[in-house]
Structure formats: C-alpha cells, structure tokens
Design a protein around this ligand. Sequence first.
Ligand code: NAD
Length: 469
Amino acid sequence: MPTRQPRRAAGTCGDRFAVLDPATGEVFDEAPDQQPDELDAVVDRSHGAWRSWRADPAARTTALLAAADAVEAAGVDLAPLLTREQGKPLAESYAEVARTAARLRYFAELDPRPQPITDGRPVRSEVRWRPLGPVAAIVPWNFPLQLASAKFAPALAAGNTMVLKPSPFTPLATRLLGSVISAALPEDVLTVVTGREPLGARLASHPGMRHVTFTGSIPTGRAVAEGAAASLARVTLELGGNDAAILLEDVDVERIADRLFWAAFRNCGQVCMAVKRVYAPARLYSQVVEALAQRAKAAVVGPGIDPGSQLGPVNNAPQLARVERYTAQALADGARAVAGGHRLDRPGYFFAPTILAEVPPDSPVVTEEQFGPVLPVLPYRSLDEAIEAANDTDFGLGGSVWGTDLDRAEAVADRLECGTVWINHHAELSLAQPFAGIKESGVGVAGGPWGLYGNLRPFVVHRPEEARP
Ligand code: NAD
C-alpha cells in the first residue's frame, strides 16, 4: 500500500520537508520540497542535455567511468548519510555505495552492437539501437542508492538523460549522489528532484518523458502506469514480492540456517526479494523453527551507525505500523511468536526480529508482503502441496529451494512461478543477469544487457545488397 509521506517539520519554511532518523524518530535534516510545476523546466533542460549526450558513446563511457570513481571516493560521506536516513548498518550502506559504482562501470562498458538480420532475402537489414530520450525514475526507500543506480546506470549508458525522484523518506543521500555524479557528467544529464506527492505522480505522467521506470509497491506501480499511459511512454515496473523458500526433506537445517535467516532479515526484511515465507517439511518443522528463532534472538538490533548492529530500525513510522499490524493479526489468527512479536521499548522504529510458527496459511502475514523483520514458517506434508502454496499468489518476484540433492532441488525450482529462483541461497543478484518479476511483481526487465535494451529502441535500416538501377 502506498505509504504516508513524512510530515513537514514544525518550524520549517514552506519549501522544505523534514527528514527523520529512524533510529531516533527525530528530525535531523530537511530536503527541498519541489513542486510539480517546477518539473516543466527540469524536463526541458533534460531534453536539451539529451541532444549532445546521445551523440557520443565514447564520451559517455569516459564520463560514466569517471562518475563511478567519484561515487567510490564519496563513500565516506554517502554511507553515513544513507545510514542516518535509512537506518541500515553502516557496512551495508558502504556496500550499497560500492554496488552503485560497480553498476555504473558495468553499464558504461556495455556496448549495444548493431545486429544484422538475415532471412534469405537479398537485403542487408540491420538493427541499430537508439536511446529513447529523457527517462523518469521513481524509487523507494529500502535501497535508495542501489535502486537509483539500477535506473540511471543503464539509462544514461544507453544515451538517455534522467530525472530521478527518491522517496521523501530517504532524499538526502540520493541528492548527494546526484551532485557527485553530475560533477562528472555534462549539465542536466542526471537531475535529482525531491518532494512529496504529487511530485512523483506528475513526473510519471509528464508528457516530456519517454520512459518511466518505477520501483516500489504494486498499488503505486499501477498509478504510475496509468499516469504514463497519457503520453504512452514506455513503462518498467519493479514491484513487490512475497518470495517463498521451500526446504526439502534432505535439507541440512543447521548448515543453511544462517543463510536462510539473513535472506529474510537483511536490511530488516525491507528487501523486495527477501524470503517472506518458509515452507518446511512437517518432519523437520520444529527444528527449522527453532534454528531460525535462535538466530532471531541472537541478532544484534541497534542504530545502524553502531558498528555492532546487525539489524537497524524499520525505516519509517507507517512501515513500522504495517509490520505491527500484520504481526498482531497473525497472533490473533492463532500464530505463535517463537521469537520477537513486538516493537522494542526504545526510541526509534525498532521491531524485534520475529519468527512466527503455526500461522494459518490465509493470515495476511503469509498472503501479503510484510516487508519487515517478521518471518512466518509453515509446515507441509507433500512437496506438491508446498509448491502449490508457494505459487498460490499474485506476486511472482523470486523464490528459493533448499536441499542437499541439487538435481532434485533444481527440478522443484523449475516449477516455481517467479522471475528468479535460487538454490540454497536467496536474493543474490549478479549485475549481468536479467531481473524481472512476473504476475503483479513487475513489468519489463532490469539488469544485464536486458536492462540496457530496456532503455533503447530498435531502429532498422534496410538496404539492398547491391545498388539497383
Ligand atoms: P511506494 O510505492 O510507496 O513508493 C515508491 C516511490 O513512489 C516513492 O518515491 C514514492 O514517493 C513514490 N510515489 C508515491 N505515490 C506516488 C504516485 N502516486 N505516483 C508516483 N510516485 C509515487 O513504495 P515504498 O513503500 O517506498 O517501497 C516499498 C515497496 O517497494 C515494496 O512493495 C517493495 O517490495 C517494493 N520494491 C520492489 C523492488 C523490485 O525491484 N521489485 C525493489 C525494492 C522495493
């Protein structure tokens, strides 16, 4: 569900909004509250910059590689700021910065080559790839820099320009990132705009945008697609997930328990492709629940800025309320909190890492996306039953299968209805792979060469083999 936007802080002037530290719940800074009517001028400048940016691929590569170096060098400023506004442990913020630089490098060096078409006719046809124009990008608050880079790295490498809008919960590190990158690029190639709604809605429906690429929740994704339909701009949507992990009869529970736990709880469970439901064979059920509960109880929860913290706070108050609501509903439905089950009695948006056992399969914590540090574990009696339960959803982002016999695990993986399946791990992505949700989890493809082509259009030139009279 679209989250409420941060309230204006008391005492701020009208053109800025408050940014909170989720570890304290206190305002610690402000960001410009840009208004929708400012977008016309921004988009005009983006169009202007596009004319020269699209013309010289070699210059683009050089500039984007320089931008990657600049991002890396700015890590000491970017990472603490990201932790302050997002909440994640500092080491994870540094990893996010590193991933952003790596993605810039990866796409800077991808080269969309012309492709000849051979169909037996005496015609030499060729597909050449052309950029689309200014691209609108709208991203959420869970991985502000990394998800922004998944938008701007392929779009800019393809020769487009971009107007990027971060979530109002996490505008600051993205603004800083935008200025670091922009210093290495021609003016107006990448513009970061910050503000509360309806800024995103107006950006998505702006007639000057040729591609609207969005990452966020399913309801907002629908609204974005409707907005972009007005100008028939291309739309890419990376939306919510409710990934299932199926443990097989031959799984070595102790061996996989750490990996499974962190696949669900990293970034406080605020990961689109986190493990959000676990299906365990009835025979191993208690052992799996116990192994996960032990890890939940042992995880060190605290401000991301403290070096010992493994889990930070939930990012924002509406998200914390959502996690509390799903958990309370599950407990009312008869579930048992084997670990956690409540928020922590301290300032900030902290919630105890929670393992839920004996959850009714129709409880919302199982059927919807909780997007927090809460994991329901469900028993199954037959593998067919587990696969059916995993697929019985409108989500289709990722899934995983855990077991010792890899061939058997792969046969089960093949039956999961989603975009990516992992065996014996979850949520690890290579920059070179396609990333695409099915069903309501997404439209279009990000990642690897597919992500680049998602920002290009084919342009076909037909010419005869020989000059004709
Ligand atoms: P959200 O949909 O509430 O907001 C996402 C972005 O859209 C924010 O920048 C927000 O300000 C903006 N926005 C809000 N209303 C808008 C409107 N009417 N028009 C245009 N933009 C609007 O999502 P969130 O709570 O920030 O993020 C959590 C969601 O993102 C989860 O569902 C998660 O699964 C999903 N997500 C998906 C992926 C993926 O790659 N599939 C990755 C990360 C997060």
